[in-house]
Design a protein around this ligand. Structure first.
Ligand SMILES: Cc1cc2nc3c(=O)[nH]c(=O)nc-3n(C[C@H](O)[C@H](O)[C@H](O)COP(=O)(O)O)c2cc1C
Length: 373
């Protein structure tokens, strides 16, 4: 009996909440980066699918990205894509160093442009000492490859010591990022995101715990961020007013004397002056076993601090699962875009569905028009 009345009250409360509807003031409004207008603030966060062969995207990727475009997402970001073969996290990661890879991406990008109002960008990266893995474990040399890093420090105990990059090898990698940017434009991508987070190669340079070099790429803050800045400059030489540049960073690596929010703010100020359009603020990934406290929106304070102290646009990510929380973050001016990963795997139609809860207009495939009522 008691159970029944609790059930009735909870149905009533839920129905009232639904009927009262959220008022979306920002989530479904457009935002421009350079000349590129995103129709709303939902972003499909980059997510490795470990499903490519020789770095080439296939029909799985086609369906995976096209579904989220049909779901009304403002911006799709293609998964971490290696700029060179040894830059991939696994043998099954996508890559962008040859024509086959470029053309396979072009097919997906063209379809999305022709069939939706979504924009699509790509995350370019290099895994450094965290490359050559499967399921998070380093794979043997005969199945994988020798990894590279700023210094001879492995990520986890028992892993192979990475090759310490020489200055000429670093310069070559900057060129590789530029080449991948050129190929991204050839494939028709609307924007580029540089992956400088999660303990991958660029982050390894940024952190004093993984970079103990004594040359111009190590030591001071200016030296540790040099590799990233050279990549940003190289990419911006090719990107124009129609193609913005985002950078994903780890706002902190949760370790004493490691990369932290103060250095992130300092970096964001530098990147703002280098024509970077948005900092996508994640965290962690460089220190094996670091403790992270998880809660809904747990990384939002990092995005908020960077935005507040530098004025640069930020993206918030991490356990943002509802349109209501997304709207709240935007209204509190903690971020400008909402990146969603796991929830958009569960629900490719997150953007459209969220708009129903709040009387907002969301671009809908014309073929699905009857589902509006
Ligand atoms: C399957 C999977 C793959 C991921 N791959 C990437 C990636 O390629 N690049 C990246 O920056 N983050 C990657 N991430 C992290 C997500 O982009 C996101 O930052 C993280 O999952 C937190 O957001 P969420 O709580 O909405 O899932 C991945 C996450 C998942 C679940």
């Amino acid at each position: 009996m008691i159970d029944k009345s609790i059930f009735a009250v909870s149905v009533f409360v839920n129905l009232s909440l639904y009927q009262s509807k959220y008022i979306f003031m920002i989530l479904y409004t457009p935002l421009k980066f350079r000349n590129l207008e995103l129709k709303n603030r939902w972003v499909m966060s980059p997510m490795c699918m470990y499903s490519a062969e020789n770095g080439v995207a296939n029909d799985f990727h086609f369906v995976h990205y096209a579904s989220r475009a049909q779901g009304g997402t403002g911006l799709l970001l293609v998964e971490a894509t290696g700029v060179v073969p040894e830059g991939r996290i696994t043998n099954q990661c996508t890559g962008l160093w040859n024509d086959d890879q470029t053309q396979a991406f072009k097919r997906i990008v063209d379809f999305i442009h022709q069939n939706s109002e979504s924009k699509i960008g790509i995350q370019l990266g290099h895994a450094g000492r965290k490359a050559s893995t499967w399921n998070g474990q380093q794979i043997p040399l005969d199945e994988g490859w020798e990894t590279v890093a700023p210094s001879k420090i492995p990520y986890a105990e028992g892993e192979r010591i990475p090759h310490e990059l020489s200055v000429s090898e670093i310069k070559h990698l900057v060129w590789d990022f530029k080449e991948a940017t050129r190929r991204s434009l050839e494939a028709g991508f609307d924007l580029i995101e540089i992956h400088a987070a999660h303990g991958y190669l660029i982050h390894q340079f940024m952190s004093p715990l993984s970079n103990v070099r004594a040359d111009e790429y190590g030591g001071s803050f200016e030296n540790r961020i040099r590799f990233l800045l050279e990549i940003v400059d190289a990419a911006n030489e090719l990107l124009d007013e129609n193609h913005p540049l985002f950078v994903r960073i780890s706002g902190t690596e949760y370790a004493e004397n490691g990369w932290d929010i103060e250095e992130s703010v300092q970096l964001a100020e530098v990147l703002k002056n280098k024509n970077v359009d948005l900092i996508d603020v994640s965290s962690g990934g460089n220190i094996h076993g670091a403790k992270i406290t998880l809660f809904d929106g747990y990384q939002v304070p990092l995005a908020a601090q960077i935005k507040k102290e530098t004025g640069i646009k930020t993206g918030a990510v991490g356990l943002i699962k509802t349109a209501a929380l997304a709207e709240e973050i935007l209204q509190k001016e903690e971020a400008d875009l909402i990146f969603v990963a796991r929830e958009i795997l569960r629900n490719p139609y997150l953007a459209i569905q969220g708009s129903f809860g709040g009387k907002a207009e969301c671009d809908f495939p014309p073929q699905y028009a009857r589902a509006r009522i």
